[in-house]
Design a binder for this molecule. Structure first.
Ligand code: PMP
Ligand code: GLN
Length: 380
């Protein structure tokens, strides 16, 4: 069978998690917490699982009460007009399905899609599956901030979509409102849409605030803004996310969504609707993860890894050149096998495997897990 993605192997996240399991290594590779969601959420799930009537298909765009809660929360957090739950919010099977649905909805064969690299590994292949042409613009290294002149130079009349991700996976870099305003200026004379992947929206540190594309009206009117309950509620396995977009764009996303998953897990949506109006979880998340970032930094201070600044997300990049001159893939594999700590090589986030000699740690782990990992990492 001629493959539609002949050059794509197994996702680095599966590869490194499998290697971690085989080696009994601590998994700081794939991004997921080793702790459970807040009790209020798991109890709500149990309640809804036991409640008759919450086991059948949810409405295609998402449970109305969850979409209403998303609308309220979005308005409260970002000080923007509440998105209309009926016409502007779609609940998806994780941000992953939202990404796929947006790309399938807007990208036509030959359309260019601008991607800032390094980028989450699904962006390029998902664009190509639609016949789109990814146009890669490198972020500055090591800050991983955009050079907007390069973005401007990459825009053409065929640019259908621009994709951004803030806070950024894998670097943790965050865009500012000024960045988003600059981008709005660049897009003003184009017909391009914006996909703003904001799944780490509640992991921004040092008193800085997350800047959402929803807060810049000139962007919001052409944007698909994505988030994920998996990140915010320590529930990556629930696979519930959402897309906020103006009515005409939402209608197109739903045309695809209805034929991909149709609807998302009903009891999970009910449980999330129960807790979302209570700000406790997302309001305390920045401090929760800032503590973990700082703890990991302190624990690693005696190691030979050089940690890069991490203003957001639950990822930490590091250089390892004082330990080894290996390429990042070889080093990540050896670290997993010999030191018992699995990490992700950052070259996996470049379409051409560009290797800056960087690895990514996920610090969404219990403090004792981080301590044990850092102890092992300090011995090499
Ligand atoms: N975008 C980015 C940048 C991510 O890191 C992730 C997490 N894997 C996703 C999207 C997908 O989110 P979800 O787990 O909700 O599908
Ligand atoms: N987003 C997670 C990460 O970057 C992994 C998601 C996945 O395994 N597909 O590690």
């Amino acid at each position: 069978l001629p493959s539609k993605l002949p050059d794509v192997g197994t996702s680095i996240f599966s590869v490194m998690s499998q290697l971690a399991a085989e080696c009994g290594a601590i998994n700081l590779a794939q991004g997921f917490p080793d702790y459970d969601p807040p009790q209020a959420l798991t109890e709500a799930l149990a309640r809804h699982a036991r409640t008759a009537g919450h086991h059948q298909y949810a409405p295609m765009p998402g449970l109305p009460r969850l979409r209403e809660a998303i609308s309220h929360k979005t308005a409260a957090v970002y000080g923007v007009p509440a998105p209309d739950p009926t016409t502007e919010i779609t609940v998806t099977s994780g941000a992953t399905e939202a990404l796929y649905a947006v790309l399938a909805a807007v990208v036509r064969p030959g359309d260019e899609v601008l991607v800032l690299e390094p980028a989450y590994d699904l962006y390029g292949p998902a664009i190509r599956l639609q016949g789109g042409v990814p146009v890669y613009v490198p972020l500055r290294v090591p800050e991983f901030t955009p050079d907007w002149d390069l973005v401007q130079a990459a825009l053409t009349p065929r640019t259908r979509l621009v994709m951004i991700n803030t806070p950024h996976n894998p670097s943790g870099a965050v865009l500012t409102l000024q960045d988003l305003t600059t981008l709005a200026g660049l897009l003003a004379d184009t017909d391009a849409f914006l996909l703003s992947d904001e799944v780490y929206e509640h992991m921004v540190f040092d008193g800085q605030q997350h800047a959402s594309a929803l807060q810049v009206p000139a962007l919001a009117e052409r944007s698909f803004v994505l988030s994920s309950f998996g990140k915010t509620y320590h529930a990556t396995g629930w696979k519930v996310g959402y897309c906020i977009a103006p009515p005409l764009l939402t209608a197109e996303v739903r045309r695809v969504h209805q034929f991909v998953t149709f609807a998302v897990s009903t009891p999970a949506q009910h449980a999330l609707a129960d807790v979302l109006l209570e700000p406790e979880q997302y309001a305390t998340l920045p401090a929760f993860y800032q503590h973990k970032r700082d703890l990991f930094g302190e624990l690693m201070a005696g190691s030979r890894f050089e940690l890069l600044p991490t203003p957001g997300s639950y990822f930490q990049l590091a250089r390892y050149q004082s330990i080894s001159s290996e390429g990042d893939v070889a080093f990540a594999q050896r670290l997993t096998r010999e030191s018992g700590v699995a990490v992700i090589p950052v070259s996996a986030f470049y379409h051409d495997g560009l290797d800056h000699g960087l690895i990514r740690f996920c610090f969404a782990k219990r403090d004792d897990t981080l301590a044990l990992a850092a102890e092992r990492l300090s011995q090499i």
